[in-house]
Design a protein around this ligand. Structure first.
Ligand code: KMH
Ligand code: ZN
Length: 280
């Protein structure tokens, strides 16, 4: 089995300080959360940025400042900006961080209800367009799938030449409107992708650690973080992103799965070594 790649989704666009005081808004707060997650074992930081007041933004300038600051503390970590942004943002806004010299970003693979009246829109043409832009900019996409239809969309676009190998899927499970993160859902999804593809799981809320454990056991990778879940156990707030990553490392130890460094994570995913000087 490959070593375990841990991604930490440190901030998100929806969770606020009212939900958890460690949700980072300022650049300094974001760096602290990224650094602590990296120190604990995360090789990828999934990144949304906020204004100092906490509003989600896809500002290129803000991303650049945050990435530069994270790089100073975590020189080799893989930084994975979000192109999902927040519900309601348009294509061009969402793609702003990809104008920076980055090595990885998310690519959301289908539309879904996102709780209440919210709809997270990712049409087939959006997906093709995001894939084209990322390909042109040499950015490796993490294929975020919230349900099985999204996986099928990507497999079809892969056959038609819009999505390229090697494919790395992220099964984000437990969003109101997407698939749940029960064990049967996990197996259905992992058995639906080609042998040469890799996958990670992100369980939302109560699914975070149960699905992380399954993925560790079956050779997948894991994402945790305050974007997805704010509790370390039922009713107990996590101290921060660090504690969530530490819990995954403990689970990995239980199954004798070693933790991948950023360099090892690049090799597992098939991402070329990245020249970090680019961003500074
Ligand atoms: N904030 C969600 C609407 C991604 O990062 O690509 C979208 C999201 C997915 O978080
Ligand atoms: Zn995200």
């Amino acid at each position: 089995m490959d070593k375990l790649i841990i991604t930490c989704a440190i901030s998100g666009a929806e969770v606020t300080k009212a939900h958890h005081p460690s949700i980072p808004y300022t650049i300094e707060e974001t760096v602290i959360q990224a650094y602590e997650a990296y120190q604990a074992g995360a090789s990828i930081i999934h990144l949304h940025v906020r204004t100092d007041e906490g509003l989600p933004t896809q500002s290129k300038i803000r991303y650049k400042k945050v990435i530069q600051a994270i790089r100073k503390k975590c020189p080799d970590v893989i930084i994975q900006p979000s192109t999902g942004g927040a519900v309601g943002m348009n294509r061009q806004t969402r793609l702003k961080p990809t104008e920076l010299p980055i090595e990885m970003a998310t690519l959301d693979c289908g539309t879904l209800n996102f709780g209440g009246d919210d709809i997270f829109v990712n049409t087939e043409n959006d997906i093709k367009y995001f894939a084209k832009v990322m390909k042109e900019r040499h950015i490796f996409p993490e294929l975020e799938c919230f349900e099985k239809g999204h996986v099928d969309m990507i497999l079809r676009l892969n056959k038609k030449g819009f999505i390229f190998d090697p494919m790395h899927f992220s099964f984000v499970l437990g969003v109101n409107g997407g698939m749940t993160g029960e064990e049967r859902d996990f197996h259905f999804l992992r058995e639906s992708i080609p042998q040469n593809a890799t996958y990670s799981v992100a369980g939302i809320g109560r699914y975070e650690f149960s699905i992380a454990e399954l993925s560790i056991k079956y050779g997948g990778h894991v994402r945790v973080g305050l974007e997805d879940n704010i509790y370390i156990e039922k009713g107990v707030l996590a101290k921060g992103n660090k504690e969530l990553v530490e819990k995954v490392v403990e689970l990995a130890n239980k199954y004798n799965r070693e933790i991948a460094s950023p360099k090892e994570a690049r090799a597992i995913l098939g991402i070329k070594e990245f020249n970090h000087e680019n961003i500074l």
